[in-house]
Design a protein around this ligand. Sequence first.
Ligand SMILES: Cc1cc2nc3c(=O)[nH]c(=O)nc-3n(C[C@H](O)[C@H](O)[C@H](O)COP(=O)(O)OP(=O)(O)OC[C@H]3O[C@@H](n4cnc5c(N)ncnc54)[C@H](O)[C@@H]3O)c2cc1C
Length: 249
Amino acid sequence: AFYVTQQARQSDEGPLPYRYAPLLLASTSFLPCQAARPFESDGRSMHRHLHLVSKKPLMLGHDCIPFAIYSYYIKEPTLQVERPYTPLTMLSRNDACSLDMLIKRYADGELSRYLHRLRPNAPVYVRGPEVTWQLPSHATMPDEIVMMVGGTCVAASHQLLSNVLDTRDPATSPKLTVWYAATSLDALQAVPDMVRYMKQYPEQVQLRLLTYVQPQACLWMHKSDGSTQLHGLVAFGHAGLCMNWWWMA
Ligand SMILES: Cc1cc2nc3c(=O)[nH]c(=O)nc-3n(C[C@H](O)[C@H](O)[C@H](O)COP(=O)(O)OP(=O)(O)OC[C@H]3O[C@@H](n4cnc5c(N)ncnc54)[C@H](O)[C@@H]3O)c2cc1C
């Protein structure tokens, strides 16, 4: 409540863990495509990608730790509530002024519905980053880090993969394994990026997908050694509309 109500602590100098600052919502889109839009009305979970932009580079506010997951708090300006959200990338961003987030809408959720209502150019009040998790500094480097994530928590595992693999020598990194569970394919929004890491660093990255609702079409690639490899997934919704698709190759 302290952070949310302290209007005087908001600043144009950019957000810090103890200070809110307005970022601009540069763009917002359904993921992975607009074809998902018809599903908004029937109560299915929906995901939006938010691209937030700051006037000044976003400062970490403390040491940069690759084996860590960072999050930002966003507040609803008319209600005194704030919730944490995890940027998809943090230390490896090309643009230090921007944050990309994956937001799931809860039908009765305050902050997530607010974020889904926002349109481009709206100000979004943000404070952070806060360290959500970090490898303790005294810990010896593990051989493997296993992340068991569900739904939008995939943002956290995506960020850790990018923090580690995009900022340091992958050969010296522990193996990173992601077990990713989602009720339906609609929630598997970060799959293409995770597959990209897996293909780029096959020795370091393992990805296991678990869904209750199976894809309606699987595209298999026949390899020269006679085996098959999952190439893409397609899910169709009402009226045969393509709801989601991913190419693994
Ligand atoms: C570190 C961290 C990082 C996160 N990162 C992300 C992210 O990247 N993307 C993302 O989409 N989410 C993320 N989340 C989740 C996010 O912070 C919010 O919890 C989520 O968006 C729901 O907030 P809301 O205000 O929309 O819903 P809320 O209003 O908090 O409601 C959520 C649910 O709880 C129920 N509820 C509310 N109050 C009560 C009560 N008193 N008793 C019982 N039930 C109640 C509601 O009915 C609803 O079903 C993260 C959470 C954490 C802790």
